[in-house]
Design a protein around this ligand. Sequence first.
Ligand code: SAM
Length: 169
Amino acid sequence: MVAVDHFGGGMDHHIDPIEKYDFNALEARFRSNISKCENSSKLELMKMSSDDALLKLRQAREEFDFIYIDASHVAIDVLHDAVLCWRMLKEGGTLVFDDFSWKGYMEHCYNPRIAIFSFLRCAEPELEYKETESQVWITRVPNRLKATRNQDPTLMYGEDELRIFFNAS
Ligand SMILES: C[S@@+](CC[C@H](N)C(=O)[O-])C[C@H]1O[C@@H](n2cnc3c(N)ncnc32)[C@H](O)[C@@H]1O
């Protein structure tokens, strides 16, 4: 069992924070809560950014039955965590995204949602999902989406789609 946290908070704890956080207390509370658990000795705490931790775990060829993503809320960070975690999730395993409905900022790029949508579309052949109040629960399944070759050479993506995409918010 592995937990990853640099205990430095996320962007929303530093830019115009709604509440002031005491990050020393955060780590101490985590350690105190964990010490009360029956199987606390089985937990490895990686006190570092998820970027670094997930790369290390992947390099060590680790695999997991259950992964819970609830670190940075910034979309590119969430997407990065998701992609690295996906490669380490066993078939039949569960990946949970927290904060699917969290909207701390007006720009999509500072909220998890667009990253979760993007990930769901990209990993679609190998997943089943269920949305709860503000989480998405995903089960990794064997690939169940056959690729359909495009037989029509005139059928292409529209030239203006990137501009339309960026303006549609
Ligand atoms: C949204 S809170 C979730 C806390 C915890 N899951 C809970 O419910 O109390 C985010 C936590 O992720 C950590 N965090 C934020 N960005 C991170 C990153 N890029 N890498 C590692 N930890 C991060 C913060 O230090 C904070 O403890």
